[in-house]
Design a protein around this ligand. Sequence first.
Ligand SMILES: Nc1nc2c(c(=O)[nH]1)N[C@H]1C(S)=C(S)[C@@H](COP(=O)(O)O)O[C@H]1N2
Ligand SMILES: [Mo]
Length: 577
Amino acid sequence: MTPQLPPSEPPEPLHQQIPKSHDEVQVQHWAPPRNGVIPQLRIGKRWFNVLWLIPIGITGLVVGAGVAHELRALPVVNEFITKFPGQSSTTVYYSGFPLWVRIQHVLNLFLMMFIIRSGIQILADHPRLYWNKDCTPGTEWFRFQHEVPQGVLWMAKDDAVTIPNWLGIPGIRHSIGLARWWHFSCDMLWLINGIVFYFLLFSTHQWQRLVPTSWDVFPNALSTALQYLSLQMPYENGWIRYNSLQQLAYFATVFLAAPLAVFTGLMQAPAIGNNLGVLGRIFHRQTARSIHFLIMLWFVQFIGVHVTMVFLTGLKRNLNHITLGNNSFGWNGTIVAAIALSILAFLYLTVSPFTLKHARLVQKVGSLMTGWFKSLMEMRDPDNQFSEKDISPYLWPNGLAPTSKEFLDLEEHGFADYSLHVTGLVENPHDFSFAELRTFPKQEQTTEHFCIQGWSGIAKWGGVPMTKILEIVKPLPQAKHVVFYSFGEGGEGGVYYDAHKIENMRHKLSLLAYEMNGEPLPLQHGPPLRLRCENELGFKQVKWIRSIEFVEDFKDLGSGQGGYNEDHEFYGYRMPI
Ligand SMILES: Nc1nc2c(c(=O)[nH]1)N[C@H]1C(S)=C(S)[C@@H](COP(=O)(O)O)O[C@H]1N2
Ligand SMILES: [Mo]
């Protein structure tokens, strides 16, 4: 073992001053509640309240029922229904529901509860959806927040809305950090459950339940739809086989919606979107986010219709099928289902308060479960660069600009007196004057910023590559992390800081930017220097950088989570997703 070299200079003085934060959410000190609006859809220039969909839907169903009823009186339709009664004519080699189906079904039920609710919580942190790649206010197609106010500094964090804690997890405003641990951890379990399900499905005859093997599934599905709509239930025997409409709906859910949900989820990640070239541009973060939301709606309507049908087509027998795996008419299945649903209801009601009380635990367990996957995503050098015509007209601001006298004095003189203090585990600690930084070759890159909250935007950044800084200060072998300290404070007071893995600082696009879109950085975007690390989320791009420290570990810094938002808002230290 090489002897541990002492740091050649005392550590950054700010190191000791970073305050600890609490391990539970202190609701009275948290972002105060702020209500949005009932969800709205934009058609052209006008916004419509989604509640209009209720009378429109009811009218559609009533008219549809009337029309279907009249249609069935026509001989040709009657013949069609006789010919295609609603079930495919293919032979089936299965019946019943084996134990693995029943176990996977109940696991799916539980996981979906967490996934959907935490997903809605994530959306509430930036309650707007776009089809275009920019997040310019007014261009969204869906929102549950007011129009962005004009003439005031309206930050992305101001835009987050409160949703009830029975809907979201954990329900308080801007709790995306905690919601993401539930979302990603349960996603991972759900994905494993899904892969096992695919495997068992195709290694038994059960796949025939879900996969149509004859074209007559389409006329049969149409026939089933007509029968339902005319309020005359078709013949059902789910024990043996599903009707064709059901089969198509299940097929779409299992083989289209589920994989697409995984794909569009991953495509929202900077390390993935910025690494997939053309694919990353077609399934752009905002497109992916919009599709991800629509898939959630598909799942919700599927669950709604599915549960309704379980009730309408013989509740007791259906519950025997899916709990005990027998085709009897007794009450046992109902009892088992009632027990399972009581457990679900208990978890449903306790998960939000639990998360607020044990926030640090949720963060730690979440990062244990998903950290390994996130670190895999960090391995590739991000290489996605855009052209100047892609620059977003609007980049949402986030973060409190510094107010200290020291900073304001520096700003007043155009940062002529600024110097960047670089220290810690390096051979050559160095203070870089602003003039010196500008003598280094300027690197320019047009890249995309991914905020954890969901918005994104493209800008051209100019500055000094981190590799240049590393070349000069020469990190010691034991330096594993690079901490960036800001002049600015975080939302709850105390210096804003964030730690990066040293490997990420060796990427060619890791940049200390002093220009944005060809101009000196505007105050809100982090002068004199702000970091760009293109495979990480926005909160790791420290603005108004004051000093940089190379450390072995960040456990003794603040609450030891690797950054201000990691300490205070329970975000993760590794955030390539
Ligand atoms: N010092 C400091 N840097 C910060 C923040 C902050 O609050 N303080 N917010 C971060 C977050 S959450 C984001 S999304 C980006 C926003 O960068 P922009 O304002 O240039 O779009 O800055 C990051 N850097
Ligand atoms: Mo952010």
